[in-house]
Write a protein that binds this ligand. Structure first.
Ligand code: ATP
Ligand code: MG
Ligand code: MG
Length: 524
């Protein structure tokens, strides 16, 4: 079921909503938000705020100092604000470290958890095979003592982990005594050195969900196997119940949506940063020219179904084009590589400018100054197609006859004779042009971007780094009409016949303009 901007209904409802609905978005501050996270955030926001007039919590799942940073936490808050998601409360799992510690002690005392110093590989192997750990039957006293060693971060403590005593050989491997606490001596970005051990997500999430009054926990379907585990914690600790709702994670072709992998791309310098226009982060797609409105609509339209599909970027960008096309002011540019000088033999004696609409179909967009004179420049690629004495159209001016062509490959100059009474419908070539006077043309660095990966669907067994596209950004230099000098950062324009562009850096004193090409859905 689709969802319109106005907020139509999904064909689904949460159960038990009479006493109110509380959802939560629980990002780990281990990277910037990507568009997959945005789907989770928007769904939680939609159910809480639009569908049930309830409460949305933002909770930072911050119990792993090896991956988390203040920078990421700040960026997540900013990005949610940017996309118009307003959590009613913000909390941090790290605020519950004392509470969770007490719950773990209770689990140990009640015989539901034990300390295990089995090394990681052996533990993994035993879990796979359903073999009982040699430490499973330690006494409560021993377990409590080791837990205190872990709390102190001692050598013994660091060798141990606490595991929940769920099952040795449950067919669902998520139920085979999962780890719930481990040591980490790195300082935490919020709690510093107060703690030397941290609860795992599996342990912390159900407890904090329950304590914070979450009524419906939405998770992506990779967690479905872990739902019984979540339930086990609630049951064993006699905590308030929480409904689970699983939805499909979002995937795109030629794209990785994983903070771990995206961090690698940033750290390896393959992209310019988290906001690189090739990155599938909220910042990246914005910088690539996706509007916030189109982004929200596109993602909400995916809905909360459980069917996992890999999406194509075509529709993503096509929905953006629908939004920007009617309002993007139109400008003109000519590439500086082999531009062709055109002299209009019967052109105006004096150069002049005229006020013209910035958008042929939307007058409200405003006007620009268009320069006219005998002296023009045209794109090499266009002029190459002209034949001697052929009638062509200079767009937004009129027809002209090609009287002389100088040079070939590249053509350096041509002469045109204006033929304004000619029928623009009858010419084969309608080309853009720029008068070199009386305006000061503005040079722009124009970037076009391609996908970061060369393989449509990266499989689990693929070494994803082998499929990085080494040629995902290309640059040309273009001369633009003088009006672009006043464009501001983030403005979206059309360069006629070349496409849509976002202003990444505005011109300063006529210099330094940087434009990023916005895909339209046709080519990418
Ligand atoms: P990543 O691998 O990118 O770090 P994660 O699931 O570990 O993803 P979290 O910060 O824990 O990242 O995720 C916050 C929420 O976003 C979770 O509810 C998670 O299920 C959801 N989420 C993450 N990736 C996607 C995705 N591709 N599509 C939909 N939801 C997602
Ligand atoms: Mg996670
Ligand atoms: Mg992940």
């Amino acid at each position: 079921a689709g969802l319109s901007k106005a907020g139509a209904n999904y064909n689904m409802a949460l159960q038990d909503v009479e006493k109110g609905v509380v959802t939560r978005f629980p990002p780990e501050p281990s990277g910037y938000l990507h568009i997959g996270h945005l789907k989770a955030a928007l769904l939680n926001d939609y159910f809480a705020h639009e569908m049930y007039k309830g409460t949305l919590l933002l909770r930072f799942d911050d119990t792993n100092p090896s991956k988390e940073k203040q920078e990421y936490q700040d960026a997540i808050i900013e990005d949610l604000k940017l996309v118009g998601i307003k959590p009613d409360k913000t909390s941090y799992t790290s605020d519950y470290l004392e509470v969770l510690y007490q719950y773990c002690i209770r689990m140990i005392k009640e015989g539901h958890a034990y300390a295990d110093d089995t090394d990681q590989d052996t533990m993994r192997d035993e879990r796979m095979k359903g073999i009982k750990s040699k430490n499973r039957d330690k006494s409560v006293e021993e377990n409590l003592a080791i837990f205190e060693e872990m709390k102190a971060g001692s050598e013994i403590g660091q060798k141990n982990a606490i595991r929940a005593k769920m099952s040795i050989d449950n067919p669902n491997k998520a139920m085979r005594d999962p780890v719930i606490y481990r040591c980490n001596l790195l300082p935490h970005h919020r709690t510093g050195n107060a703690w030397k051990m941290y609860p795992t997500y599996d342990f912390a999430c159900p407890i904090v969900d329950s304590l914070e009054g979450v009524t419906h926990a939405l998770r992506t379907t990779e967690y479905t196997d872990r739902n019984p585990q979540y339930q086990w914690f609630l049951d064993n600790l006699k905590l308030r119940q929480v409904h689970m709702w699983d939805f499909a994670r979002m995937n795109f072709i030629r794209t990785v949506l994983s903070k771990r992998k995206l961090t690698k791309l940033v750290d390896a310098g393959i992209v310019w940063g988290w906001d690189d226009p090739r990155m599938p982060t909220i910042r990246g797609v914005r910088r690539h020219g996706m509007t916030l409105g189109a982004l929200r609509d596109f993602i909400l339209k995916q809905g909360p179904s459980r069917n996992i599909v890999t999406m194509d970027w075509t529709n993503f960008w096509a929905s953006n084009k629908k939004e920007i096309d009617p309002i993007a002011p139109r400008h003109t540019a000519v590439e500086t590589k082999d531009p062709v000088k055109a002299t209009i033999t019967n052109g105006p004696a004096e150069a002049y400018t005229e006020e013209k609409p910035l958008h042929a179909k939307t007058p409200a967009v405003g006007t620009k100054k268009v320069g006219y004179s005998k002296h023009l420049i045209l794109d090499q690629a266009d002029v190459k197609l002209f034949k001697q004495d052929e009638e062509i159209t200079l767009m937004n001016w009129g027809n002209a006859i090609v009287r002389k062509i100088v040079g070939s490959d590249p053509i350096t100059e041509i002469e045109l004779e204006l033929h304004l009474e000619g029928d623009v419908k009858k010419t084969q070539w309608k080309v853009t042009w720029l008068s070199t006077t009386p305006q000061d043309l503005v040079e722009a660095e124009v970037w076009e971007f391609d996908h970061l990966f060369t393989k449509d669907k990266l499989e689990e067994e693929d070494n994803w780094e082998d499929f990085i596209n080494k040629d995902s950004a290309s640059k040309t230099i273009q001369l633009c009409d003088a009006n672009v000098a006043s464009l501001k950062e983030d403005d979206i324009i059309q360069l006629e016949r070349k496409g849509y562009f976002r202003v990444d850096k505005p011109a300063k004193d006529g210099k330094g303009l940087v434009l990023f090409g916005i895909p339209t859905g046709r080519t990418k």
